[in-house]
Design a protein around this ligand. Structure first.
Ligand SMILES: NC(=O)c1ccc[n+]([C@@H]2O[C@H](COP(=O)([O-])OP(=O)(O)OC[C@H]3O[C@@H](n4cnc5c(N)ncnc54)[C@H](OP(=O)(O)O)[C@@H]3O)[C@@H](O)[C@H]2O)c1
Length: 435
């Protein structure tokens, strides 16, 4: 009879409290007893609605991580630094296994922690750090271990997808939808980490490492948020057969690995375009197999705890997988593909001055950079079809969709158009991702 796995949990908030509740059912699934023996949080006195009878209270996370009565240290406090970092480090160095949901920490210190896990023989499991209940880490690390991966991309932030969905379906502004998201608890009081794309970037860096066997490198991710997206962009996308999503995309290219987070137009017929509201989704393009898309809840106490508990179950079963799928010394440095060399189609919305020759000037500047247009639509600001003359010199929205070109050429053409003074204001540019 194997001794029960003794679990210590640091952090009893949204996720930690659910893990304590779920942990009680685990023994049946793994065939081994699992007992939460000790916990800690910032405030011992806080009412949590949890039955902590018979569970020790550790004085701090480091004490819990160093407790010889704990076999598996579960970190659910969050934060890219201490106390999470030093507690996990201490637990791994004493040979314990660690489970965490902390994407910030794994994106920043994952490599160092993976080395410690490898050296001392413990597991370092972080399924909940990306996509909460969606088993994307296991899928890349284990399920697709035999498949070369060319691209992994997805909707990794429910707040942004909720905002874009409401904007599209109800014609509302970004600001209105953000306020609603805050009222409903989908967005933080300071929403910048989500809406500026940084949360997605941390998750993408982890996925890219798992997909391509490279060292996790958060600073290699190009990041743009969704605050510049206007309802007219979503209307135009709809007319043209697209939806706008905040995507994280990691792509193998001959120039290195592109890791980018930005608003993206995706064909309405694609799997990723069907994902609405707070739901998350990840698509994997593997060699020789059609794309695989996983869809599910990417946040919330229950959904995140589901992945944490599954990671604890692996520890109980004695499974040890290299944290990033292969030995740390074989992870290659990330060769960052520069964004100027990104190739793809573009949506461009310009406010063109209503002068004779404006269209010809724009066409010439694009042609100079060898950019071909798939479509060009001139619309009345109120959404009518083709603009009649709105008055001499009055700016009229013009929407261009380019065929694949590179980013450098596209921006050179737009700078030339701005110098020609045939448009007013800054062009809106949204990259297109085809499936
Ligand atoms: N919530 C989600 O939907 C979600 C989804 C995916 C991943 N995650 C990740 O899961 C982790 C936990 O998130 P959460 O939403 O559960 O956070 P939370 O509700 O804010 O809970 C954090 C917990 O950590 C404790 N804590 C914070 N600092 C501490 C310290 N210095 N010493 C001891 N305890 C400390 C807090 O104690 P008190 O209760 O006493 O304040 C609280 O119990 C984070 O890494 C987060 O990124 C969360």
């Amino acid at each position: 009879m194997i001794a029960p796995l003794r679990v210590g949990i640091a952090g009893l908030g949204t996720v930690g409290a659910e893990v304590v509740r779920l942990g009680r059912m685990l023994s049946e699934r793994t065939g081994r007893g699992i007992r939460v023996v000790a916990v800690t949080a910032r405030s011992k006195g806080r009412k949590r609605g949890l039955d902590l009878d018979g569970i020790a209270w550790a004085k701090d996370p480091l004490a819990l991580a160093s407790n010889p009565e704990v076999d598996c240290f579960v970190e659910l406090m969050g934060g890219a630094g201490d106390p999470a970092l030093s507690a996990i480090d201490a637990a791994l160095k004493s040979g314990k296994s660690v489970v965490t949901a902390n994407k910030a920490l794994i994106a920043k210190h994952g490599l160092k922690l993976a080395k410690a896990a490898e050296k001392h023989g413990g597991a370092l499991n972080f399924e909940a750090a990306v996509g909460a209940a969606i088993p994307i880490v296991k899928t890349l690390r284990e399920g697709l271990a035999g498949t070369g991966i060319n691209r992994v991309y997805g909707i990794l932030n429910g707040t942004c997808n909720y905002i874009l969905t409401r904007m599209e379906q109800e014609g509302l502004s970004f600001e209105e939808c953000l306020k609603d998201a805050q009222r409903l608890g989908y967005a933080e009081a300071d929403p910048s980490f989500d809406v500026d794309g940084h949360d997605t970037a941390q998750k993408l860096a982890i996925l890219a490492s798992l997909a391509f066997g490279t060292a996790v490198a958060q600073n290699a991710v190009y990041v743009e948020g969704i605050s510049s997206i206007a309802p007219e962009d979503l209307r135009a996308a709809d007319d043209l057969g697209y939806r706008v999503k905040l995507l994280g995309v990691a792509l193998r290219t001959p120039k290195g690995i592109e890791q980018r987070v930005h608003p993206t137009m995706v064909p309405k017929s694609s799997s990723i375009a069907q994902v609405m509201g707070v739901t998350n989704a990840v698509t994997i393009d593997g060699e020789g197999i059609p794309p695989i898309t996983l869809v599910g809840p990417g946040a919330g106490g229950g959904a995140t705890a589901s992945a944490v508990v599954a990671d604890i179950a692996d520890v109980a079963r004695g499974l040890r997988t290299a944290p990033f799928g292969r030995p740390v010394e074989t992870l290659r440095p990330t060769e960052k593909a520069p964004m100027e060399r990104h190739e793809g189609g573009y949506y461009i919305r310009l406010m063109a001055r209503d002068h004779a020759g404006t269209a010809a000037t724009i066409a010439t500047r694009l042609a100079e950079q060898k950019i071909s247009l798939e479509s060009i639509v001139q619309r009345h600001p109120n959404g009518g079809e083709v603009a009649k003359s709105a008055g001499k010199g009055t700016p009229v929205p013009v929407i261009l969709i380019t065929y694949a070109t590179n980013e450098d050429a596209m921006y050179k053409a737009l700078q030339a158009v701005q110098r020609d003074k045939v448009i007013s204001g800054k062009p809106q540019v949204i990259r297109i991702e085809k499936n």
